[in-house]
Design a protein around this ligand. Structure first.
Ligand code: HEC
Length: 175
């Protein structure tokens, strides 16, 4: 996900629509099997968490926690647990595959009827979201399985070499 161009960012929703078949319906087994640059992935290649026995949270999931808090918390409440306005993502992520999740976040959702008027904005061009979409997913996935409790993780793995450079590149910030 790191380092894609502005154009790639704008077309991500389309790319995701085409990739839907890659992942099974639902999130599947969260077991981490592979690590790249501080991010863990499951056997299907979807982002996941890796929490050590002593509670140390992997770097990607920790970054997801920070990004969730800066962008999603306002509507979805602390720790992904929902608010009067937006749904509980710890429940939603029990059903959503990674591709469905990206499609929702990139595309936005709007349900308007007589009982409700709910709008989830599209984040497709928001680099603070899209550059860290795999991290946000792995954080919410950890919350949805109960592997991670509420609040700031007490311990996290260190920032891996190259992560900041890749993030700045994706965000378009000169180093
Ligand atoms: C401005 C408020 C707002 C913000 C900010 C926001 N959301 Fe939402 N989100 C909503 C609302 C409202 C819905 C329900 C939309 C509907 O059903 O019509 C929703 C729905 C969702 C869903 C679908 C849930 C389901 O039940 O399938 C996902 C996934 C989601 N949001 C993720 C995120 C993530 C990740 C972020 C941060 C990057 C975020 N949202 C930021 C308001 C927001």
């Amino acid at each position: 996900m790191k380092g894609y161009s502005r154009i790639a960012l704008a077309t991500i929703a389309l790319a995701v629509a085409g990739a839907t078949a890659t992942f099974a319906a639902g999130p599947g087994d969260p077991k981490p099997v592979k690590e790249t640059g501080g991010m863990w992935f499951d056997k299907d290649g979807a982002p996941t968490y890796n929490i050590a026995k002593d509670g140390t949270v992997d770097w990607g999931t920790f970054v997801g926690y920070l990004r969730y808090n800066s962008i999603c918390l306002d509507c979805h409440g602390p720790d992904g647990s929902g608010s009067s306005y937006a749904p509980d993502l710890t429940q939603a992520l029990q059903q959503l595959s990674y591709s469905q999740f990206i499609a929702d976040v990139a595309g936005g959702i709007k349900s308007v009827n007589t009982a409700q008027d709910l709008v989830m904005p599209s984040f497709a061009t928001n680099k603070n979201v899209m550059c860290f979409i795999s991290e946000i997913y792995s954080y919410l996935r950890a919350r949805s399985t109960g592997a991670l409790g509420r609040g700031r993780p007490a311990k996290n793995a260190p920032d891996p070499k190259g992560f900041d450079e890749a993030s700045y590149k994706c965000l378009g910030i000169p180093m």
